[in-house]
Design a protein around this ligand. Sequence first.
Ligand SMILES: *Cc1c(COP(=O)(O)O)cnc(C)c1O
Length: 413
Amino acid sequence: MTNDTRPDPLGFLADELAELKKQNLYRPMRVLSSPQAAEVVVDGKQLISLSSNNYLGLATHPRLVEAALNATREFGAGSGAVRTIAGNMSIHEQLETELAAFKHTEAVLTFQSGFTANTGVIPVVTGEADLIVSDSLNHASIIDGMRLSKAPRVVYPHKDTAALRELLREARAKGRTDAAGAATGEPHRLILVVTDGVFSMDGDIAPLPEIVAAAEEFGAAVMVDDAHASGVLGDNGRGTVDHFHLHGRVAIQVGTMSKAMGVLGGYVAGSRALRDMLIQRARPFLFSTSHPPAVAAACLEAIHVLLDEPELIDRLWSNTLYFKGELRRLGFDTGVSETPITPVMMGDSARAQTFSRRLFEEGVFAQPVVFPTVALDKARIRTIVTAEHSTAQLDRCLAAFAKVGKELGLIAG
Ligand SMILES: *Cc1c(COP(=O)(O)O)cnc(C)c1O
């Protein structure tokens, strides 16, 4: 029974939502009624999508779909337990063994998502005696991982390796500080430098060789989050460590299987001891049920496809260069992107929302990214082309961008 006169203790939420809408910072959720592909049906309308992270089209790849179906028939729909109790199936182990071989690391541990890989690993490897040094534009899941750690942290300006080096030098000279900020005279047990491999909102690549050099100079370890590099950069999509030939010099590599690999999941690649300690201590791993067999099997097949069909990555990059080049030629500001993530800068959030809505009407699905995901004045339309887009589809997107860009005075008409 409801009682309409009782005050709603969550009544403030409606006020806060109204305020978000007033500031053009409210995010409505669109509904897809089609598979994730180059063309999608969104809220009943067929559109070319520039909004997925499905870089290689693996979300609907027949081999992945078949692997998922077979695993479901053989092992069932769910795993039924957390890994450490009864939910560790042969398919989970096989995925990790093959991922480790793929990444050229000793071992891999998978997590339910890239997000939980970050929130899992950071508090396990860092504590009070350590220091975390983090890029200012690192992903929210890294920030949350740091919040869950007892380690103090410092942030360096985005990709500023001179500032990073100075922070490391200072930390080594000063050593640990107590709660009041006074030097204790003891050295840090671990200094961990953490960076995205590819930054998710701007599409720029971390200067990993310089970061690794600085870390090595001051005896620090490096952790790279390769969510947007997995399947995109390096041989067969092995990531930024492979791209920069830094094998053996990055202690912790986080990857995701939710983006270019087309399925769902995160992983930590590194030493056998790292994997073993994560199994003992990583809370999202210990206290949350493992992937359904279908997910693990599809992820495993995604590795095989990365190895068998490198032409998908070639196609992704040729589409990227074409689309980015044409956007710039039209006069759009695509920021500092070096990867298939191409932001089209809009300035304020109202314009980003309007631009996206007009693109929608013109048959293009490209979502705005606004505060707090990016700074208030850095609102943008974030685009990602995939290997699946045909040149004709990209041309239709470019025509829509040109039309709306002129309409809204973003480019010269
Ligand atoms: C998307 C993303 C994640 C989260 O990965 P999921 O598998 O989607 O949870 C983590 N880090 C970065 C940099 C990302 O872009």
